[in-house]
Design a protein around this ligand. Sequence first.
Ligand code: G3H
Ligand code: 13P
Ligand code: NA
Ligand code: ZN
Length: 304
Amino acid sequence: PLITLYQCLREAEKGGYGVGAFNVNNMEQIQGIMQAARQTRSPVILQASRGALKYTNLTYLKHLLQAALEENPDIPVVFHLDHGDSLETVKTAISLGFSSVMIDGSHLEFEQNVALTRSVVEYAHERGVSVEAELGTLGGIEEDVAGKVKLTDPVQAEEFVRRTGCDALAVAIGTSHGAYKFKAEPKLALDLVPEIYRRVRVPLVMHGSSSVPQELVEEVNRYGGRMAGSRGVPIESIQQAIKLGVRKINVDTDIRLAVTAAVRKVFVESPEKFDPREYLGPAREAIARVVASRMEAFGAAGHA
Ligand code: G3H
Ligand code: 13P
Ligand code: NA
Ligand code: ZN
């Protein structure tokens, strides 16, 4: 059934596990993720960015998500807006049937972030929709020294959550989006997590949580790709974060890598093939594999 983020993460808190939030843009991604949820019996968050709303032209996304729900009546699913930028975008997502939205005012001054988030919370809660907000800016800890990156301040976070009434808080602890998260060894400020959680008492969200498995990167490169120096968040760090209060783990890049590796492999190994099903099918299988392994690692498996 469709559930809210609030419901989903409350169960996760009770069970002490994390729920993967996977980005979707097309049918194969949605199907691959739902296949993994079925196989592992996991609750799941399907999230769409503004880019995804645009790419799918809204109507397709709406009906693809409905299909996922209809085909999987036993799996608890959240439809979530990822990185919403305005009340306008939030309204669009809610009109499509989303049960949760993120409003990302993390680039704004504190007071402006509070005001924007508060306005979204009022609108969403009136409609039974959950809200994730963000405080701090994503980026590597080394960049923090240069003042470009602001890790989440626990004291500010407490005031932010109290004043906005958001249901979940995305924190900046040294992760970043994409396949190149760290220059050298992965470094995260995991010590911030228990301190933030103790003060805010709402489930925490980790963006930029792809692990960028080297075997997928190697596969991409083996079949003609060119990715050098990519690095992700080690699974053990995510598991540590889950123990400390992180409940929603955002993963997009790992799915992109799985798709690209699978498609490139078919193109190189079977250059005579030209039926899209012959490469999008394997891509869908590859998505299911990486997502299922994340669901197991985050402890969500068996909780649907
Ligand atoms: O946070 C970004 C997500 O990976 C979505 O990416 O904006 O390119 O769809 P996108
Ligand atoms: P990754 O780029 O690490 O997959 O992060 C995705 C994300 O945070 C989406 O909001
Ligand atoms: Na999000
Ligand atoms: Zn993100």
